[in-house]
Design a protein around this ligand. Structure first.
Ligand code: ADP
Ligand code: MG
Length: 566
């Protein structure tokens, strides 16, 4: 008897019995065509998390040629694409057939970004796809016939669509080529002396804060001539667009003219986007971090002294800790934490950043003496960040004109079209000198390095990991609020971060936050997500070290030590 007949008869035998007997069907089954079905984990009841299933489709059967996945970027993109196709095919069959999740299929396929995901792996021999399904029951009794339909008809039917002959080949090739070209452009940015590229014709605005598909009927992006650069691609010829130079760049303009939209596109330019997203040719250097104010966040052991000193009650700002940060301390901490992880480009939107962190104007300087003001505003540090540490800044400024003094490039948004107004800004600086005095400050010290204390993870209760939307990561009993970590774009990234925290919690000794996180990062890139979890992982997507650190930094049990001499 072949394996599939064996599965069928197993199911028939348990028909109508209590849900728990579903456990008997766990295991691997080989189909006649060589496809392997692995019923990896069986749920405990119809309402529980759905059962974890994998299929291994022999690569030979698929007809996929290695051209589609012959380097890391192409492989990641093609795996992502396969998941999307499988999700579409299996969703035809997904409907509630009984109690709870009975009869439903769930595939963790992506949105607008092309991400490395745990749920599709192309190996030497197989295309492996992971998904979950609700084992069907009426009340608590097994609905065998429905289960047989699912495993023996529907899953094989959807799997049979994972073939080159059944694919929309043009679309698949374009998907992979687009990802590869975005990365190819990214590699050219340093030699062009720019930190971000926005191609002419890009569509930047999104439908809404919760719908990241492109807005329709909009004004396409068009670069000003003086900032125009040309980049090479492998599959799309030469592309022309705006290059934002290294250094300090301001995005200015009237309210509602598209400043924040441009900055958001740049912050998401660290990701590769799907064809027709509109931002597939908006490309930013990898080490780009958006920072912002976040009242009430947790901060532990961050050296914010370059920005904040002499706090009332003598709070230590070289090792700053709080359960309840203010607008200015939160953004200062976010900046230092980003630098700790190696950020080379900082993005700031005046809309979401405490004014007193950004600027103190001449009148305020006169009114409140320096000795009484703990804050050294960003305007007096931003130049030093670049000249001394090579860290560029792109900043949206609507109101704080004093920043013209420190800018290298000024871009004005006018009805969604950028103009280079750098020369005009320079003339204004000469004609209308600001009366503010740049505040003498101690030089920016070398970057802090913080060692994670294993005590961070002493609550070793059930390490339940979960994510709620893009807002919260649940890790054990701890709920981490990441709603202001703006460069998280996919729920599965939050689950991945939770798994990374779990992996850290298992270690007896920990080194610096930077080293620990980059080590896990390397392991995920080289060996995949299973190396992190130690068992096959479902529903994870890659998150950058910056976002992983952001989550850890907001975990209210975090304890660190600063390394001496740093
Ligand atoms: P600002 O930050 O300058 O106040 P926003 O970036 O928030 O402006 O943009 C204001 C509105 O204009 C948003 O609703 C946005 O979706 C829309 N918008 C942005 N760019 C474009 C565009 N190129 N074409 C049409 N509408 C746009
Ligand atoms: Mg705005």
């Amino acid at each position: 008897m072949n394996d599939i007949r064996r599965l069928e008869s197993k199911l028939q035998r348990i028909s109508g019995r209590g849900y728990k007997v579903y456990k008997d069907i766990a295991g691997k089954y080989v189909f006649d065509n060589g496809m392997i079905l692995d019923i990896h984990h069986v749920q405990g009841d119809p309402f529980a998390s759905p059962s974890k299933i994998r299929i291994f489709i022999p690569l030979k059967l698929t007809g996929f040629t290695s051209v589609l996945f012959n380097n890391r970027v192409r492989r990641v993109a093609f795996q992502d694409y396969i998941l999307r196709v499988f999700a579409k095919e299996i969703s035809r069959f997904s409907k509630v057939r009984g109690t709870g999740k009975s009869g439903l299929y769930f595939v963790d396929a992506g949105g607008q970004e092309i991400l490395h995901r745990s749920d599709c792996i192309i190996s030497e021999e197989f295309v492996e796809i992971r998904f979950t399904l609700g084992l069907p029951a009426r009340g608590r009794s097994v609905l065998a016939q429905t289960a047989i339909d699912m495993f023996c008809k529907e899953v094989p039917k959807a799997a049979s669509q994972i073939r080159w002959e059944n694919f929309n080949r043009k679309e698949a090739e374009e998907f992979v080529n687009t990802a590869e070209d975005a990365e190819y452009i990214r590699q050219q940015l340093p030699s062009l002396g720019i930190v971000a590229f926005i191609a002419d014709g890009s569509i930047l605005p999104r439908r809404s804060g919760v719908d990241s598909r492109p807005l329709e009927k909009v004004i396409p992006f068009k670069s000003p001539e003086s900032l125009r650069v040309e980049v090479e691609t492998l599959h799309h010829g030469k592309l022309v667009g705006m290059g934002i130079p290294e250094g300090i760049t301001l995005i200015v303009g009237g309210g509602f003219h598209g400043k924040s939209t441009l900055l958001s596109a740049i912050q998401e330019g660290v990701y590769r986007h799907i064809p027709s997203d509109g931002r597939e040719w908006v490309v930013t250097i990898h080490s780009c971090v958006k920072i912002r104010s976040e009242d009430g966040r947790y901060i532990y052991g961050v050296d914010i002294s370059p920005f904040i000193n002499n706090l009332p009650l003598k709070a230590d700002t070289k090792f700053f800790c709080t359960e309840n940060a203010s607008g200015s301390t939160s953004v200062a901490a976010a900046l230092i934490e980003a630098l700790e992880m190696g950020a080379k480009l900082i993005l700031i939107d005046e809309d979401t950043t405490a004014t007193n962190f950004l600027i103190r104007d001449a009148r305020m300087q006169r009114l409140v003496e320096k000795e009484k003001e703990p804050i050294t505003p960003f305007i007096d540090r931003v130049r030093e960040l670049y000249s001394k540490l090579g860290i560029s800044t792109i900043m949206v400024v609507g109101g704080a004109g004093d920043y013209l003094d420190v800018a290298d490039t000024v871009i004005a948004m006018e009805s969604y079209i950028p103009k280079d107004v750098t020369q005009k800004a320079k003339r204004i600086v000469e004609e209308m000198p600001t009366r503010r005095i740049s505040e003498p400050t101690e030089p920016f010290e070398a970057m802090m390095k913080r060692i994670i204390s294993p005590k961070t993870f002493t609550v070793r209760k059930s390490h339940k990991v979960k994510s709620r939307g893009l807002k919260e990561i649940q890790f054990g009993t701890e709920v981490i609020d990441v709603s202001f970590v703006e460069q998280l774009v996919d729920n599965s990234q939050l689950r991945c971060i939770a798994e990374m925290l779990r992996s850290l919690s298992k270690k007896r000794t920990l080194s610096s936050m930077k080293d620990e996180i980059y080590e896990m990062d390397r392991s995920i890139r080289e060996k995949g997500f299973d190396a992190l979890t130690g068992t096959p992982a479902w529903g994870l997507a890659y998150a950058r070290p910056f976002e992983v650190a952001s989550a850890l930094n907001r975990m209210r049990t975090l304890i660190v030590q600063q390394e001496e001499g740093k």
